[in-house]
Every structure is written in C-alpha cells, then in structure tokens.
Design a protein. Structure first.
Length: 76
C-alpha cells in the first residue's frame, strides 16, 4: 500500500473513529529514523541521491538544475 492509498482510505472511513484508529494502527507508514527513506528532496520529493550538506536537502538532479542560482560555481 502506497502512502497516497492509505490517505484515500482514511478519508473514506473518517466518520468511523474506531475503525479509523484500527486502520491507522496497522496501515500507516512508520516514521523513519535512519536509512534512505528518512531524507526526501524538498523540491521534487525523491528519496535517493540526497545532498544534505549546507542544509540543502535536495536530490542530485535538482541540485544540478539550481546550483548556479543558489551561488555554486561549476569548475571545468
């Protein structure tokens, strides 16, 4: 079950508190404390290839697109 799927189901059972609590207990994705899924790109939402230096929190693809706008220089 993907993250969007469990949100859709939760909206459907919103009025039924007992069922909603039980559903959340077993189906909600857990909060990550470490690993690849802990960090997410702030711009596009990707999980892999994450740059967290200088508190950027960007994936490498987004960083390449906006590096010069932020103030980084490309050395050839």
């Amino acid at each position: 079950m993907t993250a969007s799927d469990w949100n859709k189901v939760l909206k459907q059972i919103k009025g039924k508190q007992v069922i909603a609590q039980k559903f959340l207990k077993f189906n909600k994705p857990k909060n990550r404390k470490f690993g690849i899924a802990k960090y997410k790109c702030e711009r596009c939402g990707r999980f892999g290839a994450h740059l967290s230096q200088y508190n950027l929190n960007l994936c490498r693809q987004c960083f390449r697109e906006i590096a010069e706008e932020i103030g980084f220089k490309k050395y050839n």
